[in-house]
Design a protein around this ligand. Structure first.
Ligand code: DX5
Ligand code: ZN
Length: 220
């Protein structure tokens, strides 16, 4: 099955948002990745609730909301989550991760648990019945433009095997962080389903956006 592309909208220059959206719609980009950072769980602040509602007025591409915030279970109502969208909550961000996943499911959205680079995949064990996907961070969350933590590639492979061994082979794997031209083939080979496209690929001015999307598709 071909992978899906989810461009990281925090990387889109403000004065070109409309252009990016036009091309993403024309090229049938599957999701838009929205990084929400609270300056507490991660050392940065990004993409707030009014940005999300403005973006929803510009496009009907479904969102893939990556919550890097503490206690997300108490804040889900802030994001106007729509059925069929992806919402990720970090395992490390709350003692009530199962409650957060349940809250996402109640909104009809797809439940994703996100893991920081240093978090072992075994923590997924008792969450498996509650998740549609796992978001693996291949950099420490908070900033675009970082270098891949190399063991992240083994972690994708191990997660794929772990899910299959436990009878959850249908659970999707999303990869976020330095998804670059060089790393995409390795991430694909390791078992990635959803690719977060940031400054390492689509958001570069080295080629046109149309060409970048075509190159991305050819690599996955
Ligand atoms: C954080 C972000 C970043 C980034 C990805 O969750 O999603 O990882 O925008 O893009 P790169 O790493 O290619 O700049
Ligand atoms: Zn992200």
């Amino acid at each position: 099955m071909a992978g899906k592309i989810t461009p990281s909208m925090m990387c889109a220059p403000l004065n070109q948002i409309q252009h990016y959206i036009d091309v993403f719609e024309e090229k049938k980009i599957e999701y838009l990745h929205i990084d929400v950072m609270d300056g507490h769980f991660v050392p940065n602040m990004m993409l707030g609730t009014s940005y999300i509602s403005s973006l929803r007025r510009l496009t009907s591409i479904p969102l893939d909301i990556h919550l890097m915030i503490t206690d997300p279970e108490a804040k889900l109502d802030w994001f106007d989550i729509q059925p069929g969208e992806y919402v990720s909550v970090h395992y490390e961000s709350t003692p009530h991760v199962q409650r957060a996943l349940q809250g996402i499911k109640n909104k009809g959205a797809k439940t994703m648990v996100a893991l920081n680079p240093g978090t072992p995949i075994e923590v997924l064990k008792y969450l498996l019945p509650d998740i549609d996907g796992v978001l693996l961070m291949t950099v420490n969350p908070g900033f675009a433009g970082q270098k891949l933590i190399p063991q992240g590639l083994d972690k994708i492979r191990d997660t794929k095997a772990y899910l299959a061994e436990h009878g959850y082979g249908h659970v999707e794997i999303e990869v976020d962080g330095n998804v670059s031209w060089e790393n995409i083939p390795k991430m694909a080979e390791a078992g990635t389903d959803l690719y977060v496209a940031g400054t390492s690929s689509l958001f570069t001015d080295k080629m046109s956006l149309e060409e970048s999307v075509a190159k991305f598709r050819s690599l996955i």
